[in-house]
Every structure is written in C-alpha cells, then in structure tokens.
Write a protein that binds this ligand. Structure first.
Ligand code: FCB
Length: 473
C-alpha cells in the first residue's frame, strides 16, 4: 500500500527543518554546512544569530515528538541534515547522524505518526560549496548518493520522501540575491543552479525508486502571480516562469517552455542541460508538495513610482524583503525586466500579504497543470505574539484566524476537484528563521530563547481541536 494519504479525507501534519531546530551543530561528527558559514558572516542574519543551538531538538527529541503527538496529526515533516550523515558531502558516512534520525522515526512510529522526510532543506555540506556548490553539476550526483544512503538506513520505516525543499529559494535566494546561504550573486548563472537542483532531484528519485520507494516527491514554493495591470503581464510571465514553470515544466513535460528559456537562455545551452537530463526529471515525482504563504502581485516600475529604481541596474529593482512577500527583488529573478512587488494589506509580521484565495487558486491550477497528488507541505504565518492569556500562554488569535481561513481555502480547492491529500502546518515551534534569525515567530509552540522551554500557544490547542473535529463522522 502506498504511504501517500488517500484522497477521501484531508490528512494533517506539522513541519520543521533540521537547521532551524536541531542545534548540536558540531556534535557527533556533524560537518559544517553552508548555513553555519553564511550565518557567521557579519550582517547576513539580522540579529547576528545562527543555528548552533536553535531549539536544541537534537537533544530534546522525545519532548518534541510528544508535542507533535499532542496535536493528533497524521504526519511529521522534518528534514535530514546532509552534513550530519555525510559530513563531507561525499564518501564517509557518519552513523551517529543516521542513528539520530532513526531514533526520531522510531519515536514517531511508536506514536502512530507517519514520518515525512525531506532530504534537502538548504543545508549543503560546506566542502561541496567549496567545490562550487550547486553551480557544479557534480553536486547533483553527490546528492543522489546521499539520498540513497539515507534511504538504505530508513527506507524500511519512512514511506513519504521529499527530495528538495523549495529549490527556488536554494537557487535564487542562495545564488541570485545572496540573502540566503551560500550568499552568492551570480546573475544569469543562477539558472544553472536551478537546473542542477532539478537534476539532483531526478537522480535521487531514480535511486529511491530503484530501492523500492513509491512515494517520492519534491516540495516547491509555487505561487500565483498576479499582474496589477495589463501592462505588467510580461514581467508577471517572467516571474511565473522562475517561480513556477522552471520546476513544473521539466517535472511534468520534460522541457523548459519558451517563456522560461526567454528569461533563462542558458538553459538552452546543451553543455548545461545535457541530453537525457530532462527525460530523467520528467515523471520523477509521485507527488508534489506545495508550500504557500502569500501570492505575488507584480507591477512595472514606472516614472513617479515610489520604488527606488536607480541603483538596481538593468535587471531590476531591489526592494526590502519586508515589503515584497519575502522576495527581495529582481536579483532573484534574473532575466526579468524591472518590476516591483505590490503586496496589499493585511500583511503578516514578515510583510507577506494574507490572501487565502491565492492558496485556493494555486491548488486548483497546480492540479490542472500536473495531475499529481498534492500535499500542502508548509503553510503558516509570522505574528508578533505579544498577547498572553491569563495563564501566560501566547494568545495568537491572529494566527488562528490565518490558519483557519487558509484551511477553508484548501477545502474549497478539494471541492473543486483538486487532488489535495494533506495539509502540513509550518511550524511546530518558534525557530531559526534563516536570515531573520530568531526575530520572526512562525511556531504554534513558543520557545523561550534563554531556557528553550516549550509552551504551546493558543494556535496549538486550536489546531489539535481542528484535527480532532475533522475526524468526527
Ligand atoms: C519557507 C521555508 C521554511 C520557513 C518558512 C517560513 O520558505 O521552507 O524553512 O522558513 O518559509
């Protein structure tokens, strides 16, 4: 029987990612990742913090599994840190790293929670970055070897596998704007990293399938792209190409479409996209993970616009992340003409527009486009969490409202025929939010930064009740 949840009802889950929660960055043989290196760079992370301790989940595994179990969810989505199980990114395996994930998986199974393992949530082993990271085609092959060795250990107990988390971020935020690790700005060469991430997915999926896995997916942060006016249609098409079609084209059709090649001509270079690459990627995903936070509204940059355009150069406009739904501007969209993001209120604490209709539209459209079983693999919101209950717990009614409205949107998409099998909330607990450090709270469990004590928020209790109520006949 496939480990994919069936279509009859929506399954539930909660998510985390290794670098954001584990800590223990130098323990039990773990090697450095690009995030350790990047976070040490002055100014890279707003509060100068890093994931060296994070939520210390490496040492609090039992406690965290109990928190997941308290929600009554079907799935726990976590990621495996490549540098923990293969510190150099190739060659020698660190069994203590694998032991940790095996313990985690076994605890989950004891509590009747199905593990959903993501193999790459952005923590590339530093030695691979020293050899040019995802710019180097060889990294794709190294990723497939790593995927196979993890599956060899855990494949008897983990059924649901995701190769990459949000390769758009890994490529364009990591190598385009450099807001994320490894913090490089490669301009048009960034598209090469996107191809190598896809190739890595294809190679890894092949190895997992050969080893007997039948529920291998990839997690994409797809987004609806809405031009503010007809004249912005062309830039919107470019943004759509880089956010959505550059991934879905190879996965579904085995091709980059013409609009994608227009913004990324390097992908027509046969020394980059080699014979057989796209055929390998086509059909390689058994399911698709969709992470959704906000839609992308785009407009042209016109005279009299309030946006600073002068310093941005020919490729576009740099905007602060907090006004752009997290997209810092066009270094993350090389090849697209100058444009700006125009999020509309209400915005969350990280500046992302709240618009449940975007999720509904995205799921219906992605179903139509791909025909694949879909899982919402991340969805959640940052709020300031300043209100407390009489008992001193975070009273995050804003988050509750946000989650509830979006879950209703998922249900509407299902009613329209979209094959959405599951909803996975981001995130279990407040954690290291990448370049935002510990300043943005997405968790449904509060974590005290000094003591690391975990305290459920109102949203945690609400979610547990929502899950329970959904199972009533
Ligand atoms: C996504 C990431 C996840 C988390 C959320 C807020 O882009 O996959 O790790 O940071 O955003």
């Amino acid at each position: 029987m496939t480990p994919l949840p069936d279509r009859s009802r929506l399954s539930w889950g909660v998510a985390s990612a290794a670098y954001q929660v584990e800590g223990a960055a130098t323990e039990d043989g773990r090697g450095p990742s690009i995030w350790d290196t990047f976070a040490a760079r002055p100014g890279a992370v707003v509060d100068g913090s890093d994931g060296a301790v994070a939520c210390d989940s490496y040492h609090r595994l039992d406690e965290d599994v109990e928190l997941v179990a308290g929600l009554g969810v079907d799935h726990y989505r976590f990621s495996i840190a490549w540098p923990r199980v293969q510190p150099s990114g190739s060659g020698a395996v660190e069994p203590r790293g694998l032991d940790y994930y095996q313990r985690l998986v076994d605890r989950l199974l004891e509590r009747d929670i199905a593990p959903m393992a993501t193999l790459y949530h952005w923590d590339l082993p530093q030695p691979l970055e020293d050899a040019d990271g995802w710019v180097n085609r060889d990294t794709s092959a190294r990723f497939a070897d790593y995927a196979a060795l993890v599956h060899e250990r855990l494949g008897d107990r983990v059924g649901l596998w995701a190769t990459h988390n949000e390769p758009w971020c890994a490529a364009y935020v990591g190598y385009g704007s450099g807001r994320h690790a490894p913090g490089r700005q490669l301009g048009d060469r960034t598209h090469v990293t996107a191809h190598h991430l896809l190739l890595g997915h294809g190679l890894a999926a092949t190895r997992l399938h050969d080893a007997g896995a039948d529920a291998v997916g990839i997690v994409l942060n797809l987004t609806p792209v809405w031009p503010d006016r007809p004249e912005a249609a062309e830039v919107a098409d470019g943004v759509d190409a880089i956010r959505n079609r550059i991934w879905l084209g190879p996965l579904v059709d085995g091709a980059y479409d013409d609009g994608t090649l227009k913004v990324a001509p390097v992908l027509a270079d046969p020394s980059v996209v080699r014979d057989g690459d796209l055929a390998l990627v086509r059909g390689s995903a058994d399911w698709l993970g969709v992470n959704y936070y906000t839609p992308a509204r785009v407009d042209l940059v016109s005279a009299g616009s309030t946006t600073e355009t002068a310093s941005a150069g020919s490729t576009g406009v740099a905007e602060p992340a907090e006004t752009t739904g997290g997209d810092a501007g066009v270094e993350e969209f090389p090849g697209v003409a100058p444009f700006r993001f125009t999020p509309r209120p209400p915005l969350t604490d990280i500046g992302w527009e709240v618009e449940p209709r975007g999720l509904e539209e995205l799921l219906v459209e992605t179903h139509r486009r791909t025909g694949l079983p879909l899982l919402v693999t991340e969805h959640g919101a940052a709020f300031p969490d300043t209100t407390r209950t009489a008992e001193g717990e975070v009273d995050d009614q804003d988050r509750v409202g946000y989650l509830s409205d979006h879950i209703a949107a998922v249900e509407r998409a299902r009613e329209q025929g979209a094959d959405v099998r599951g909803y996975v909330l981001w995130t279990l607990m407040d954690n290291f939010e990448w370049a935002e450090g510990y300043t943005k709270y997405f968790g449904i469990v509060h974590v005290d930064r000094d003591t690391l004590v975990r305290t459920p928020k109102a949203s945690y209790h609400w979610y547990a009740e929502r899950v329970r109520a959904s199972r009533e006949p």
